[in-house]
Design a protein around this ligand. Structure first.
Ligand SMILES: [Zn+2]
Length: 481
């Protein structure tokens, strides 16, 4: 039996601000435990929270970039539950009048561009953090994180595979990086993701029983967790079983999901309006001002790259998914107006380097000037494409300019016609059989002969010129017969 997979994602994003959501405590990671706390973020009686303007502005910008409608009037609610890392027993959140709703994010899938709905993006504060003793006998509480500004971004169940979930997250992260509203660091908890997944027999409408997945600490883990859960549910359904609504945790070591709690135990939050933070009017002028301040978003930049630089959607998407790489592309084109060649080297050689060394564009030491100098060497035929791959790799890892690497390695392409013709003559002489094959009509024998010239010249011959030289000699020889 075939099943349709339905996935919805919930992202908790820490917004980078100077101070916390509702007080003037410093907002930052890695400080001595319990040193960045005050009566307001601990919810002590008599303390009054005040909404941080920077938090509001950054949240509005994010909502706008996700094509959401920003509310004219919003309010904050208290979400009541008891947990050791929440000393005041409630979390300030938004329930029925959130900051924003009804947005979407476009993602690039194998089937083309797909719109994933954003149900809402609302503001809420983070809770503290429990630290468990190595021996397991005690637990400690660090409340520095309590009151940290969060934006919860909830997607519609429009995602139909673990792969799409991965792409959605990558795309969302790139939007957030363009906005510069969060550092999106998953290891430090700045970006956390929970997923809902259900399966339905293919062709049927409605929603299956959903399982909530938590505890996934990387985009890769999210994809793996969803893949595991998709398989698990399909097996249960195929054998006539029933999916139970529950929350499961991803176990990174065992690569499986494990039961955390079933629905019966799930929290019943009692929300009620926060009397200290009720009803905020978000002025349209402010929204307009923030809208104007948005940078060009990845999707818009992608479309512009396609149009202005005549690139494929795929290449443009790859280049613009990383803001630094997109900026680098534009800088390089300014220095050397050959966008297609530059894009090919960025999506080819440079991207291969990033994948191989598992790093990001911002982490490599290369500037546009050095990069286009290397491309100039290729275009002026001083080095071949093949040599350039080695030169590029060394240039990225050492920061040494391409010219110096070429000089040091003796990497200069042979473009001297007479020199290449002399090698070609040698090659023909030592391969009489192949020569005959070519002359009797097997035109692909030429490739082998070019290969021999490249080998003999230690890769330094210009392959186009090698081909021309061979043809010239072969045709001359043929006429002579
Ligand atoms: Zn505080």
């Amino acid at each position: 039996m075939k099943y349709t997979t339905i996935i919805g994602l919930e992202i908790h994003l820490q917004i980078s601000t100077r101070t916390k959501a509702f007080c003037s405590c410093e907002n930052g990671f890695g400080k001595e435990p319990n040193t960045s706390v005050c009566p307001v973020c601990l919810g002590m009686p008599g303390s009054l929270p005040v909404l941080n303007r920077q938090y509001l502005y950054r949240a509005v910008k994010t909502a706008l970039a996700l094509n959401c409608e920003v509310a004219r009037r919003m309010k904050f609610d208290r979400k009541n539950y008891f947990y050791p890392d929440l000393p005041k027993n409630y979390q300030i959140s938004q329930y029925d009048m959130p900051l924003s709703q009804n947005g979407f994010l476009e993602i690039m899938t194998t089937g083309g561009i797909k719109k994933i709905g954003i149900t809402r993006a609302h503001m809420e504060e983070d809770a503290g953090k429990l630290i468990h003793d190595e021996g397991g006998s005690s637990s400690f509480i660090d409340l520095n994180r309590a009151g940290t500004p969060l934006l919860e971004i909830v997607s519609e169940p429009d995602i139909s595979s673990p792969d799409e979930a991965y792409t959605y997250l990558k795309t969302l992260k790139s939007v957030l990086e363009y906005l510069d509203v969060s550092d999106c660091n998953m290891e430090e908890g700045s970006l956390r993701c929970d997923a809902n997944i259900s399966l339905m027999p293919a062709g049927e409408k409605g929603l299956g029983t959903k399982v909530e997945l938590k505890n996934m600490n990387s985009f890769k883990a999210i994809r793996q967790g969803l893949e595991y859960e998709q398989d698990r549910q399909a097996k249960i359904l195929s054998s006539g079983g029933v999916i139970v609504q529950q929350t499961r945790l991803w176990n990174e070591k065992k690569k499986i999901t494990e039961l955390m709690r079933t629905k019966e135990e799930a929290h019943d939050y009692r929300y009620f309006p926060d009397p200290d933070l009720n009803d905020f009017i978000i002025e349209r002028d402010t929204v307009l001002m923030l809208k104007k301040s948005l940078p060009e978003m990845p999707r818009a930049k992608m479309n512009r790259f396609v149009k202005e630089y005549n690139l494929s959607e795929y290449d443009a998407c790859l280049l613009t998914s990383d803001r630094r790489m997109a900026d680098f592309m534009e800088e390089s084109v300014k220095l050397y107006p050959k966008p297609k060649v530059i894009a090919n080297w960025l999506t080819g050689g440079v991207q291969a380097y990033l994948n191989e060394h598992n790093c990001r564009f911002s982490q490599i030491a290369i500037n546009a000037g050095m990069f286009v100098d290397m491309i100039r060497l290729i275009d002026s035929k001083l080095i071949s494409n093949n040599m350039a791959k080695d030169v590029l790799e060394e240039m990225i890892s050492s920061g040494v300019p391409a010219k110096d690497i070429v000089k040091k390695k003796g990497f200069l392409q042979i473009t001297d016609k007479t020199a290449i013709e002399s090698i070609a003559a040698d090659v023909l002489q030592s391969n009489p059989k192949v020569k005959e094959d070519y002359l009797s009509g097997k035109k692909n024998a030429l490739g082998f002969l070019i290969g021999q010239i490249m080998k003999k010249s230690q890769g330094k011959a210009d392959p186009v010129m090698a081909g021309q030289a061979l043809k010239k000699l072969l045709e001359a020889g043929h006429e002579g017969v």
